[in-house]
Design a protein around this ligand. Structure first.
Ligand SMILES: Cc1cc2nc3c(=O)[nH]c(=O)nc-3n(C[C@H](O)[C@H](O)[C@H](O)COP(=O)(O)OP(=O)(O)OC[C@H]3O[C@@H](n4cnc5c(N)ncnc54)[C@H](O)[C@@H]3O)c2cc1C
Length: 288
């Protein structure tokens, strides 16, 4: 929801004409580019297909000595005019490189058949440009919660990866992290090596559980969808003493978010989702 508000505000604030004129703006150097709001055009440095439908695209920042300036957690609103459109296409994507890395931002973009922005980003070649503006997402405070549950569906994994990486690479942050990731097939698990490395380096602090709708024969992962049972088996029951003050973050396709968070009617009556049935209160849950 926060992203939708940010996107709407950005659109209302600048207008299509302003965006059009910002297409070729030259970014300033000497300070982190995205530490404050503004639209900037960045050049593609490299592209790499990392599974059957997801591309890693690295963009060069104008100052190679500066990090992006994005805080944990943040996304980038992308603006494009695919095929000469007059109206812009705006979609948020979550950088997956270390936020402290100087000189680059990196996206992992899943291609949706017929998807306007994902198709455009997949078509970009080295040297092409894309326009970005920063969006602050969930503001992370180290050690505020002893345990954080990250529940992702499909490409909704990228904000979870950014947060898990940010927590675990901060020696002053001792938060425990449990990831539950639902995907369609084993081949959709494009960040699994990175999560495996977290598990090895931080035993007892980082745990991942993958749930596959249609697993390969012999897949070691749980078959099906993210259910109450799956979350209980992953150690995410809020009644457990170990989960006192736990925070749950959710990012996935709308049907999954609805199943987890429940629905609210116009008149305020609510149908609890899986998280509510488990005993989570609304203030414990954040959706990207
Ligand atoms: C905060 C935030 C961060 C995000 N970060 C990433 C990221 O790092 N990497 C990434 O790949 N995506 C990310 N997304 C999703 C991204 O913003 C776009 O929604 C997605 O790329 C589809 O845009 P499109 O223009 O290609 O598709 P559209 O033209 O909008 O839609 C084309 C088709 O794809 C379907 N579709 C669109 N979005 C989804 C979806 N999320 N799940 C299932 N079906 C969908 C539509 O139903 C439609 O049929 C993020 C979304 C949010 C809110």
């Amino acid at each position: 929801m926060s992203t939708q508000v940010a996107v709407a505000a950005a659109v209302a604030g600048i207008g299509a004409y302003a965006i059009y004129n910002l297409r070729n703006r030259t970014p300033p150097t000497g300070r982190p580019l995205f530490a404050s709001f503004g639209f900037h055009s960045l050049k593609v440095h490299s592209t790499e297909l990392i599974n059957h439908n997801t591309k890693k695209v690295r963009f060069e920042l104008p100052d190679k000595t500066q990090p992006s300036g994005l805080s944990l957690t943040s996304a980038l609103l992308t603006v494009s005019f695919p095929n000469g459109r007059w109206l812009p296409v705006l979609r948020p994507y979550t950088p997956t490189n270390d936020l402290a890395e100087p000189g680059f931002v990196e996206l992992m973009v899943k291609l949706y058949p017929g998807g306007k922005q994902s198709s455009h980003i997949h078509s970009l070649k080295v040297g092409d440009s894309l326009t970005f503006a920063p969006i602050k997402e969930f503001g992370w405070t180290p050690n505020k919660h002893p345990h954080v549950a990250l529940i992702a569906g499909g490409a909704g994994i990228t904000p979870m990866y950014q947060l898990a990486h940010g927590i675990l690479s901060n020696p002053d942050d001792q938060t425990r992290v449990t990831l539950v990731w639902g995907v369609n097939t084993d081949s959709d698990l494009f960040l699994a090596d990175e999560f495996k490395a977290f598990e090895k380096k931080f035993p007892g602090r980082f745990k991942s559980v993958y749930v596959i709708a249609t697993p390969d024969a012999g897949s070691p992962h749980t078959k099906g969808f993210v259910t109450k049972q799956v979350l209980e088996n992953a150690g995410l029951s809020p009644a457990s003493e170990k989960n006192k003050d736990i925070k749950v973050l959710v990012c996935g396709p709308p049907p999954m978010e609805k199943a987890l968070k429940g629905t609210k009617s116009l008149f305020g009556s609510a149908k609890p989702g899986i998280l509510g049935q488990l005993g989570y209160t609304p203030d414990q849950i954040h959706g990207f």
